[in-house]
Design a protein around this ligand. Structure first.
Ligand SMILES: [Zn+2]
Length: 138
């Protein structure tokens, strides 16, 4: 199966949320996504869906449904920027810890800005606040 197809299936299975940071991801139109989430298009690009190998290809990982998860570009890039990238499960823990401190991605800040102009009075819950709104056309 082609990796793009697996990535798309994972995107649907994960309800459009990044495996690591749970941010909504964009699978199609960046400018629509940016507008919907109150982001600049430059920042919105970091939410683009990418395929992450749980077992790296260099370690024998294959392009299979079991070995691939959908992650946002930011998480993918940040992990691979490290000299010795953490394995995906440790990295997930690190991302969650950073999220807890409000230091990941700027998504929470964006969500809060949006919240302050919305009509809802519910407390801000950054991770679950937004359902994915990015419409995909294949
Ligand atoms: Zn992410």
């Amino acid at each position: 199966m082609r990796i793009q197809k697996i990535r798309y299936q994972k995107f649907i299975e994960q309800k459009g949320k990044c495996f690591y940071c749970q941010s909504p991801m964009c699978a199609h139109d960046i400018s629509t996504f940016a507008k919907q989430h109150g982001l600049t298009s430059r920042r919105a690009r970091l939410f683009f869906v990418t395929a992450e190998h749980l077992t790296a290809k260099s370690c024998g990982g294959r392009d299979t449904h079991q070995n691939i998860v959908a992650v946002c570009l930011y998480c993918n890039r940040t992990r691979h920027f490290a000299k010795r990238p953490l394995d995906p499960h440790r990295y997930a823990v690190k991302v969650q810890a950073a999220l807890g401190r409000g230091k990941w991605h700027g998504w929470q800040q964006a969500a809060q800005r949006q919240h302050s102009t919305s009509h809802h009075d519910q407390p801000v819950r950054p991770v679950d606040l937004h359902e994915i709104e990015c419409r995909i056309s294949i």
